[in-house]
Each structure stands twice: as structure tokens, then as C-alpha cells.
Design a protein around this ligand. Structure first.
Ligand SMILES: N[C@@H](CCC(=O)N[C@@H](CS)C(=O)NCC(=O)O)C(=O)O
Length: 283
């Protein structure tokens, strides 16, 4: 393995490093422009994009609505992260980390923000009392799998996905390291799902919603070019069984289409889905 990079004593920012995200990535935080966020009429205002982290939340909202919680009506606004919408002052006020998804909960007398997809899932599950077990042992198991997912997603996306698909040069060491870790994570899920119908036990929970969006994209071979073949994902049969079951849920189908190019850019009412080919919604 060739080593060409001579590490300087102090790191400095090379603005033009040529990477796929060079135009938006920077080593500083905070707003870069004054931009107010749009505001709809529903109790929840979601600012997001149809990525694996984004659709965790739209799936959750569609699940809540499908379960009959009318109070879970939401407006989903599009944040174009390629254009830098996440650095506008309105968005940064909701998420100082400048990443989608960000939620404004305006359902009560005092409105407040929630950021980080895992925190949003927990907040909504607690608020509506669903998709999060109440029994102490099952609840702990659900939180364990949810935190497992939140902690490991960057190894799949920022690690494997970045170096396999986006980096301007193919670095064997980096691809090997993150491919190994991504396969290990698939194996963790596969072992668990061999013994359990869902991650936290017999019931579908927010831990499944969180992990499904990431593992599902790779398993269906919809992420990072031909990465699914590269990682031989077909060998994880129990993950496949679990993904198939979740794929078939109507709320999941709808949630995956929100803030997305193959679905609807924004969602302000259930009728917004009517413009889509029914095959997308019904499978
Ligand atoms: N841990 C965060 C990660 C969110 C995240 O990485 N969002 C990405 C899109 S999937 C993003 O907004 N990236 C924009 C940027 O990095 O500037 C979560 O789960 O909410």
C-alpha cells in the first residue's frame, strides 16, 4: 500500500480537496446566511430530505397516522443539503449540527425543537405511546438497538459509503476497513433477527424503523452503486426476511417517498401522495 500523504504538524482546511461534498463540508459550525424556514399549519413541522436518516422520521409519522393518531399530522419541508439549506439561520436554530432531520414540535402551548433522528423517534414514540415498549426489559432492549443503530450508521455512511462511492480516489485501506465493519454490522443484525422477529423482540419498534432505513437500502442494492453486491448482502438471510416484512408496511412505503425525488418533494397532507403511481405505494 503506497503512502503518499505527509501528515503536517497542524491540520489546515484544503477547501478545494475535490471530494463530492467539498462545496458544503467545512470545519466550522453555525449559520452562514439569514434564511427563515417555511411554516405550515400542522402540529409538527419537519425539515428533512429522503435519506436513510430523513425517512426514519417520515416513516414514523406515517406509522402514527396509520395507527389513528390524528395529532401526528405533519408538514415535511425539503432541505436541499447539496445546496447548503442546512446552513440557513432558521435551520441552524432547530439543529445546531446542520444536518437533517430537524423537527419543530408545535403541538403544545410552548413549541420546541428536536434534532437527531434517534431523539426524534424517541420523542414521538413517548408522546404518542407507541412503537416503544413500556415494560422495563423490552424498553431497554429497544433503546439498546436504537443506540446501536445511531452509533453505527456513520461507519456505514460516512465510512463505507463515502470511501466506496464518493471519495475522489479509491483507497484500499479505507474501503477494506469500512467494508469489514459494515459486514460485521449486518452480521450483528442477522444473528439477532435469526432469533427474534424484530430487533427489540416480538414487536415492531422505533429500533426497527431506525435500522431498517440503512440496512434496507443496502440490502435492496439501492445504495452506493453496486455496494450491495460488493458486500454480498444476500448472505444475511434473516436481515432479508425482516426487511421484506417492513418493506410491505403501507406506512413505510409512504414514509420512504417523502422529501424524495422518486416520490413527493414535500408533504402537507395525505392527499399529496395521490399524484404518485399507485404501484409505488402498493408495491
Ligand atoms: N446523527 C444524525 C445524522 C444526520 C445526517 O448525517 N444527516 C445528513 C443527511 S443523511 C446531512 O444532513 N448532511 C448534511 C451535511 O453534512 O452538511 C441523525 O441521525 O439525525
Amino acid at each position: 500500500m503506497a503512502e503518499e500523504y505527509v501528515v503536517p504538524k497542524v491540520w489546515t482546511w484544503d477547501k478545494d480537496n475535490g471530494g463530492a461534498f467539498a462545496n458544503i463540508n467545512r470545519p466550522t459550525a453555525g449559520a452562514q446566511s439569514e434564511v427563515e424556514l417555511p411554516r405550515g399549519k400542522h402540529p409538527f413541522q419537519l425539515y428533512s430530505l429522503g435519506t436513510p436518516n430523513g425517512v426514519k422520521v417520515t416513516i414514523m409519522f406515517e406509522e402514527l397516522l396509520a395507527a389513528g393518531f390524528a395529532g401526528a399530522e405533519y408538514d415535511a419541508w425539503l432541505i436541499n443539503i447539496g445546496k447548503g439549506d442546512q446552513f440557513g439561520s432558521g435551520f441552524v436554530a432547530l439543529n445546531p449540527n446542520s444536518k437533517i432531520p430537524a423537527l419543530l414540535d408545535a403541538s403544545g402551548p410552548e413549541e420546541f425543537r428536536v434534532f437527531e433522528s434517534g431523539a426524534i423517534l424517541v420523542h414521538l414514540a413517548e408522546k404518542f405511546g407507541v412503537f416503544l415498549p413500556t415494560a422495563v426489559k423490552e424498553r431497554a432492549e429497544c433503546f439498546s438497538w436504537l443506540m446501536w443503530q445511531m452509533g453505527s450508521a456513520p461507519f456505514i455512511g460516512g465510512g463505507f459509503g463515502h470511501f466506496y462511492n464518493y471519495a475522489p480516489i479509491k483507497i484500499e485501506y479505507a474501503i477494506n476497513r469500512y467494508a469489514m465493519e459494515t459486514k460485521r454490522l449486518f452480521d450483528v443484525a442477522n444473528n439477532r433477527l435469526r432469533e427474534s422477529r424484530f430487533l427489540a423482540g416480538d414487536d415492531y419498534t422505533i429500533a426497527d424503523i431506525a435500522a431498517y432505513t440503512w440496512l434496507g437500502n443496502l440490502y435492496r442494492k439501492e445504495a452506493y452503486g453496486d455496494a450491495g453486491d460488493f458486500l454480498s448482502v444476500d448472505e444475511y438471510e434473516s436481515v432479508g426476511r425482516w426487511i421484506g416484512e417492513i418493506d410491505a408496511r403501507p406506512a413505510v412505503r409512504r414514509g420512504r417517498l417523502v422529501n424524495s425525488q422518486r416520490g413527493i418533494a414535500e408533504r402537507h397532507s395525505a392527499a399529496d401522495f395521490d399524484v404518485l403511481d399507485p404501484a409505488l405505494l402498493n408495491g
